[in-house]
Design a protein around this ligand. Structure first.
Ligand code: FAD
Length: 451
């Protein structure tokens, strides 16, 4: 059963008598545990119409670079092969998604799309809803609890969203079975890319090539499942302690796969709960409450990617302390090249450059110090977001916007006032050293330089 709260009509066009059902895959790039795909399969079977899946590959996405696209294409190639086995053709065209789907679905009966939360993703769906001559139905599948079923406003913090999620999550923590498709068929007029030759596809895209793929980190649903299996078998029991130790690989490493929709958060949550490990509680808190707090933030706060989107108290206190003396001041280039006086911070930045991500605990320190060592808090916000989204394999995600905003006071309360930070929570190097061997972390990441 697909809970009705996951399903929403984005326009009021009537379904065509003839034509195909189209699944417009964009945010949920996976062949299973995908409510939007299964909804489309069921509608095709019910109406006796053929189904095909379609994906619009654009290089106009903000901060599109080789690192992100190589990872995404590995996933799409695998997803295409898995769908093929289910008799569902997946056509990937190089085109702006909203314009492309309107053309690809010109004679379609109905289009089903997954949901995206950022401004760009919402804009695509809005434009397609206006341009299509058939219904566009959105099915929310990249969250455990649909955003509006949990809350209809920008939540203050995890403590205010948590009870709202928990009140309803039993309705959504349900396994999803794949339904066999009766008939799959794509229109012959479309111009699919050959994903079997990813190098050629990548070469044809206008991407920032200065940020290359992360060695040893392959994209794709099967890689995501492998990581999940390993995490559940070996790590979840120690997750509550290990997740705060950057020297131990104690977390799941799933964030890039979740970002590209290569694995379902519902599958991850249900499998984590099924382990009955005591660690599951802390893990589900991060995966569901914290992650979905980020979706809540970008959905209900239009300024989620700017200093102006912070709560009034945080903006006021940071501006009040704007002229405070800093122990150091760096511009964006020094941060980007990991050239600060602080070996711990430089190590975190080196990890971001080379591994496409920073350990969750150090990521907080990393963002807090950009705030502390920038001339101005609004400029610091822009620097942190740009670096996070450029180099993070999981960047450009609601979690990135919320994570950076958290460093500046979002989803947090006021603390005793300090220079530069005002009432925003601060972090310092002595705190790191108390928690773990910070010098060993610094040595590990700064031993060999460069991305
Ligand atoms: C400054 C800053 C920037 C961040 N940028 C990003 C980003 O670009 N993309 C991103 O996915 N996460 C971001 N985070 C959140 C968090 O650090 C990562 O999600 C986490 O470290 C990813 O590692 P993991 O997959 O091993 O997480 P695990 O600990 O295994 O957790 C499982 C999943 O839960 C979610 N999760 C875990 N911690 C958090 C958290 N604090 N907030 C929200 N969701 C969480 C993630 O989806 C994660 O993959 C950021 C945090 C900060 C402080």
């Amino acid at each position: 059963m697909i809970p009705p709260e996951r399903v929403r009509s984005l326009n009021d066009r009537a379904e065509r008598r003839g034509g195909r059902v189209v699944y417009w895959m964009q945010a949920a790039q996976r062949p299973d545990w995908n409510h939007a795909l299964e909804y489309a399969v069921r509608r095709a079977n019910e109406t006796g119409k053929p189904l095909f899946a379609w994906f619009g590959l654009t290089d106009r996405y903000p901060q599109a670079n080789l690192r992100h696209y190589a990872f995404m294409l590995e996933g799409l190639r695998e997803t295409q092969a898995a769908l093929e086995k289910r008799g569902i053709p997946l056509i990937v065209e190089r085109v702006a998604p909203a314009r492309g789907i309107v053309a690809a679905a010109r004679t379609a009966a109905l289009v089903v799309v997954d949901s995206g939360y950022t401004r760009v993703e919402r804009g695509w769906r809005r434009a397609a809803a206006a341009g299509l001559d058939c219904p566009l139905i959105q099915v929310e599948t990249n969250v455990v609890v649909p955003v509006a079923a949990a809350s209809v406003k920008d939540e203050f913090m995890a403590a205010t969203l948590r009870p709202k999620i928990k009140r309803v999550w039993d309705r959504f923590l349900l396994p999803l079975k794949a339904t066999p498709l009766r008939r799959g068929e794509a229109p012959s007029a479309l111009k699919p890319l050959d994903l079997g030759a990813p190098e050629r596809v990548l070469a044809g895209l206008r991407l920032d090539r200065a940020v290359g793929p992360v060695p040893g980190v392959a994209g794709g649903p099967s890689q995501a499942k492998r990581r999940l299996r390993r995490f559940l078998a070996e790590k979840i029991g120690r997750y509550p302690e290990d997740r705060n130790n950057p020297l131990v690989e104690g977390t799941s490493g799933l964030s890039p796969y979740l970002h590209f929709g290569q694995i379902s958060p519902l599958e991850v949550a249900l499998k984590a709960v099924a382990t009955a490990s005591p660690g599951r509680i802390a893990f589900v808190e991060e995966l569901v409450v914290r992650r979905e707090l980020s979706m809540n933030f970008v959905t209900y706060n239009d300024r989620y990617d700017r200093f102006e989107g912070l709560p009034a108290w945080a903006r006021a206190t940071l501006l009040e302390h704007r002229r405070d003396r800093r122990e150091a001041v760096y511009g964006p280039a020094a941060f980007e090249r990991a050239r600060t006086h602080d070996p711990y911070w430089n190590a975190a930045q080196a990890q971001l450059l080379r591994r496409g991500g920073i350990h969750g605990y150090m990521r907080m320190y990393w963002g807090k110090k950009i705030l502390e060592w920038s001339e101005d808090p609004a400029a610091a916000f822009a620097t942190a977001l740009r670096l996070n989204n450029r180099y993070g394999l999981d960047g450009r995600d609601p979690n990135g916007f919320a994570g950076v905003a958290w460093c500046f006071g979002k989803h947090d309360r006021g603390w005793p006032s300090r220079p530069v930070f005002g009432k925003v929570r601060s972090m310092n190097a002595a705190g790191l050293r108390r928690k773990f061997d910070a010098d060993a972390y610094a040595r590990r990441w700064t031993a060999s330089a460069g991305p």
